[in-house]
Write a protein that binds this ligand. Sequence first.
Ligand code: FE2
Length: 223
Amino acid sequence: MDDINRLDPLPDVVFHTGDLVHNGNAAKYQIAARILGGLRCPLHVAVGNRDDRAIIRSTFAAGRDLLSDTPFVQFSVDRYPVRLIALDTLSETTNMGEFCDIRANGLRAALAEDGAKPTALFMHHPPFEICESKYRWQFDSLDGIERLRQALEGQSHVLRAFCGHAHRYAEGKIAGVPVTSTPSVAIDLRLGTVPDGAQSAPLYQIHRFDARSGFTSEIRVAP
Ligand SMILES: [Fe+2]
């Protein structure tokens, strides 16, 4: 957070891709909210399998709710040149990902609202195969991934998707959309290869959007 706050220029927004706390405990969220309240830019949180949907919804800014009459936390942030959509990939029964018809139809309806505006998705579970992971597929079944793929099919204004959960950096695609997972901020939970000098330092990703070139991304080592 200190490193983010020192960036010049400051990021327009910080997006946490889920598992903000380990066990969904209300007291832990109070600590997280107090710490994150020191960020000098807006924060949004996409829910992870360790999270409590209701607390995330009530504690952190959620943009425009896309599924307000359901328990699912999907929302759209429309104030930037690129539209930011948070997807809910939680399973009711496991720590793995799921994407049901309600969530897929919510995404489909949201994308249909503006088929021209560049759009980025933020979601916890990576919807692609990570061969070096203990869990090659991070969804309950391939059906959820297929529902997401169908919702994204032909949506050429969706430029990127950003994920968490895997604890490692990985790249994939779904319906032609490039997808990456971010390495864990916490050094004791991190998997995979990390940049030089990052073994004992927090990591995060910076994504820059340009209307002509799309996204440029880098992994930042917080000194
Ligand atoms: Fe997770």
